[in-house]
Design a protein around this ligand. Structure first.
Ligand code: FE
Length: 286
């Protein structure tokens, strides 16, 4: 049977990718953040995941306003890099895990979640900004991408994302083969990318969010989109994606690594969590 082994919440700022690709990880403002990614990468490698579910949001690079699924699950054997209107980064297409992807699709639908099931899906910086800092390239570990609509209202609630994560935890446990699964949730933290408050970050809220994500994620699940946006900026509503990762890990998940910094126009964080015991997961049917 499958086993949930851990999760990572992290930012997916394109600035991260830019600094990484230009070899500037040691720039003073950025080094603590990249050190956090390096620690999380070593931790994840030691867990030896067979597959990583990556909950993220597409930024109008695969989906567009005329067709925007609330949740979209990639079940392909390979995921190309999306065209984001600038030079494509020098990474191979991402390997998928079709068998687990389809199992996840069936299990979620049985569990009354109904993702759009994608046999073709190009992934953008929501996946690719952090992934090279967390997995080796050339890619050895396959992914199952899960795109979440945090772009076009109505958005799924924070609680819906948390419950979806719990359903992913149940799906992992019902997988018929031996499979160790890690879950990533990417986005945020606080950022506002338009208007007079462009570049505003709220470190106090970001740290409070990280505290609550560890200790009381139900409190975060109870917040409205307006509260996320008022506290962290309009684009900070991406933070609800982290609740998918957190929901999968169960109430007794424990911190392995945590780092936070504000080197550019967003709050940047990496939070790695060990999964709780399966029987302790909220909502487990047994
Ligand atoms: Fe984003």
């Amino acid at each position: 049977m499958g086993r949930l082994i851990g999760g990572i919440g992290c930012s997916h700022s394109p600035a991260l990718a830019g600094m990484f690709d230009s070899g500037k990880q040691d720039a003073p403002d950025w080094k603590p953040v990249f050190d956090g990614f390096a620690a999380a990468k070593a931790w994840l490698a030691a867990l030896r995941p067979d597959v990583v579910v990556v909950a993220y949001n597409d930024h109008l690079n695969h989906f567009f306003f005329d067709f925007y699924p609330t949740f979209a699950l990639g079940v392909a054997e390979q995921f190309p890099l999306a065209d984001e209107g600038r030079a494509t980064r020098a990474f191979d297409p991402l390997p998928g895990h079709s068998a687990f992807g389809w199992h996840l699709a069936k299990s979620l639908v049985q569990d009354e979640f109904d993702p759009t099931i994608c046999q073709e899906l190009a992934v953008d910086h929501g996946v690719l900004a952090p992934l090279p800092m967390l997995l080796d390239h050339p890619w050895r570990v396959p992914i199952v991408p899960l795109a979440v609509n945090v772009i076009q209202h109505p958005l799924p609630t924070a609680r819906r994302c948390f419950r979806l994560g719990q359903a992913i935890g149940r799906a992992v446990e019902s997988y018929p083969g031996k499979l160790d699964v890690a879950v990533l949730g990417t986005g945020g933290l606080s950022h506002q990318l338009h208007g007079p408050d462009f570049g505003a970050v709220n470190p106090a809220w970001d740290q409070a969010f990280l505290d609550l994500l560890e200790a009381d994620p139900e409190a975060l699940a109870a917040l409205s989109h307006d509260e996320y946006m008022r506290r962290g900026g309009a684009e900070a509503v991406e933070m609800i994606i982290w609740l998918i990762m957190r929901g999968a890990l169960g109430p007794t998940a424990r911190r392995a690594h945590r780092i936070y910094g504000t080197p550019a126009v967003t709050g940047l964080a990496v939070l790695a969590l060990e999964a709780g015991a399966p029987r302790e997961r909220v909502g487990h049917p047994s």
